[in-house]
Design a protein around this ligand. Sequence first.
Ligand code: ADP
Ligand code: MG
Ligand code: MG
Length: 209
Amino acid sequence: MVDGEAIRSWLSLFATEVARNRDLLTQLDSAIGDADHGANLDRGTSAAVSAFGTADHSSPGSVLKTMGMTLVGTVGGASGPLYGTLFLRMAGCAGDAERLDAPAFAAALRAGLDGVVARGRAQAGDKTMYDALSPACDALDDALAAGRDIGDALSLATAAADAGRDATIPMLARKGRASYLGERSVGHQDPGATSAALLVAAAAQALSG
Ligand code: ADP
Ligand code: MG
Ligand code: MG
């Protein structure tokens, strides 16, 4: 069961991984964007970690709401509203529950993905964060339906997110700044898919217990 503290550990670990990979995310965004994805996300996730220190974290929904509001308020660009929406939709799905079982966590992540789509209209193959998040949600659902525990299911989701991230390399970007490059976006890994894979990997590490 995933409680508010577990969600806080997950999102704090994500912040640590974003900080560790800040230069990589910036470098990827310099190839097909404006070289700010690492700085954008690092600013937002570290602000969220500070907010966790004072905000209510008695339930998953309250922690997710703090994360979403902080990202919307601090990240900017395309990824701020998109990641913000992801976590706010997750919060809405989690509601006031004190704990989420594995299917409820998977349903919340799926609701977050649906929010990203509602906001950004990305489809599979557009070379965005969707291309890492969507296969991760599918793998998580499939593994839980097959009776795997949350740890196994999140490991499979991580492998799916990593494969989805790698699959963005040959894609032609159809959304966001990278789409302005047309054919020149081909051959580069998408920065948002890269950060999204870090988010899923952090869930596998923090929520497997
Ligand atoms: P900006 O492009 O405004 O500088 P960032 O660099 O922080 O914002 O984020 C860029 C990432 O946002 C891209 O790599 C891509 O994964 C994601 N992205 C951009 N537009 C969309 C969209 N419409 N739907 C989903 N993801 C998107
Ligand atoms: Mg950028
Ligand atoms: Mg920007």
